[in-house]
Design a protein around this ligand. Structure first.
Ligand SMILES: Cc1ncc(COP(=O)(O)O)c(C=O)c1O
Length: 484
């Protein structure tokens, strides 16, 4: 059945009551004030579809998306976990989204209190009391912290210190942020245990060292066992230690970076503290710093005054790094998540994230090569065995085969220190049944790869598109409908 489009006009006929009606004879009245050239002479040629057909079309399109709400997503380093629906409800409350950042402080006390309390909770969890909620993502947090470091160095009369040391297992954003902040990057090697090589670090420390940027747990899913010694060495050399805290979900509630010598770090609220972030956003990357560095944080920060919460500018602030107060709705979700779980719940999140990663690791390590095969943190890195590689099967073939079997592939070809890496992060939110299903798929693919099955080069065979030129897809996207 064809349903004609119905033009509806909104009418406030009675106070407090909304009536909907068709314009009919009132069209002339409704358009009377418009210039003649703006009034349509005939109805627009809209596609004529039944409502049900339209709904089915959009539902089918939405089902082409792969999402954490439909399937398992073991994307290492990305922490694609389930995000409680209650957080979405809380963030969607009109009391938040009707606020305007230019409102007077006394009309937004609740929002200011939320930011103040969230900053205090993050300061407590990290052991680094100075917190800014402004940065829009992890990488932006890195840049902000490096600007803070630059301001501190200037104050110390140490602006000849231009070098940041970064272990070779780091996320690509680390060296990129350094370059953007005007520092030079020197790479520190990993040792044979996959950890930051202390000997190499010592060789590179000097009068030009501004600091070390270290990810802990690292992108290999390993805790830096020498972290206290590493921090001491950098401090003795006159630098500061920045921790990339994107993997904080493995250690929160168990240890605090401020207690093991870290001076500054970022958190990815959209990973660790619950915000759906697939496809690049929205994010939030607060940084937490020591008392000494707090005065350099971006403006404004929220403080508690005698009359309530108010905005203030830290004494030697680096200025603004973002409009207004950061990605506020992500802050609301993080606040809801932390308050609901409490300190004990946060600790259990970390314990379960670690347990789940280790469960998968020990179930598959006889089928895959796991280069650092010992207790891991929230993720582990595997790679195809020599037998598989000798048969010409590569990580890409394996990732594509997993798509066929209904799984989003893990992160592949990263970190760069492991050739043909497959990086698995199950997160704390998955059930044993889901993990067992994924383990079975990994073992099945390992057997197929060891047998050198030729079809692995054609996978995925059940998708609208199979192998795409990913570089071309980024550089030359075809976004139009029914492109010629
Ligand atoms: C270890 C690590 N550092 C930094 C980042 C950058 O965070 P963002 O993507 O929020 O900029 C990520 C993101 O996945 C990461 O895994």
């Amino acid at each position: 059945m064809y349903l004609a489009p119905v033009e509806l006009l909104f009418e406030e006929s009675r106070p407090g009551r909304r009536n909907w009606r068709t314009p009919g004879a009132d069209r002339a009245t409704a358009t009377a004030d418009l210039p003649a050239y703006m009034v349509r002479e005939k109805a627009p040629a809209l596609p004529e579809l039944g409502e049900l057909d339209l709904i089915r079309h959009f539902t089918r399109l939405s089902q082409k998306n792969y999402a954490i709400s439909t399937n398992f997503y073991p994307l290492g380093s990305c922490t694609m976990k389930y995000n409680p629906v209650v957080n979405e409800r809380i963030a969607a409350d009109p009391q938040w989204y009707h606020l305007h950042p230019y409102q007077d402080d006394d009309t937004v006390q609740g929002a200011l209190e939320l930011m103040h309390d969230l900053a205090a909770d993050l300061g407590e969890a990290t052991g680094l009391p100075g917190v800014t909620l402004h940065p829009a993502a992890g990488a932006h947090g890195e840049l902000t912290a490096l600007m803070v470091l630059r301001a501190w160095l200037d104050d110390q009369g140490q602006n000849q210190r231009r070098t940041i040391l970064i272990p070779d297992s780091a996320h690509g954003t680390n060296p990129a942020s350094c370059t953007l902040a005007g520092f030079d990057v020197v790479t520190i090697k990993s040792n044979d245990r996959g950890l930051c090589a202390v000997r190499d670090l010592v060789e590179h420390l000097g009068d030009d060292t501004a600091g070390l940027m270290i990810t802990n747990p690292s992108t290999l899913g390993l805790f830096e066992e020498d972290i206290v010694k590493i921090c001491d060495l950098v401090h003795e050399a006159g630098g500061k230690v920045y921790m990339d805290g994107a993997n904080f979900n493995a250690i929160m509630g168990i240890t605090r970076p401020g207690d093991f010598g870290i001076d500054m770090m970022h958190l990815n609220l959209h990973k660790t503290f619950s915000t759906p972030h697939g496809g690049g956003g929205p994010g939030s990357g607060p940084i937490c710093v020591t008392e000494e560095l707090t005065k350099y944080l971006p403006t404004p920060s929220v403080v508690q005054g005698s009359e309530g919460f108010e905005l203030s500018t830290p004494e030697s602030s680096i200025g603004r790094v973002r409009g207004f107060h950061g990605n506020f709705m992500v802050l609301v979700r993080a606040y809801a998540y932390i308050k609901r779980l409490g300190a004990e719940g946060i600790k259990r999140v970390a314990e379960n994230a670690v347990l789940n990663a280790n469960y998968i690791r020990v179930k598959v390590n006889h089928h895959w090569r796991v280069p650092f095969d010992r207790i891991c943190m929230h993720e582990f890195v595997a790679r195809p065995t020599k037998a598989m590689r000798d048969k010409g099967i590569h990580t890409l073939d394996i990732a594509k085969r997993l798509i066929e079997l209904g799984y989003h592939p893990p992160t592949v070809y990263f970190p760069l220190v492991v050739a043909e890496a497959i990086m698995v992060e199950p997160t704390e939110t998955e059930s044993k049944e889901t993990l067992d299903g994924f383990i079975a798929a990994l073992i099945q693919v390992a057997e197929e790869a060891t047998a050198g099955e030729a079809f692995l080069h054609q996978t995925p065979r059940n998708m609208p598109v199979s192998r795409v030129d990913e570089a071309k897809a980024v550089k030359d996207p075809q976004l139009c409908f029914r492109c010629q």
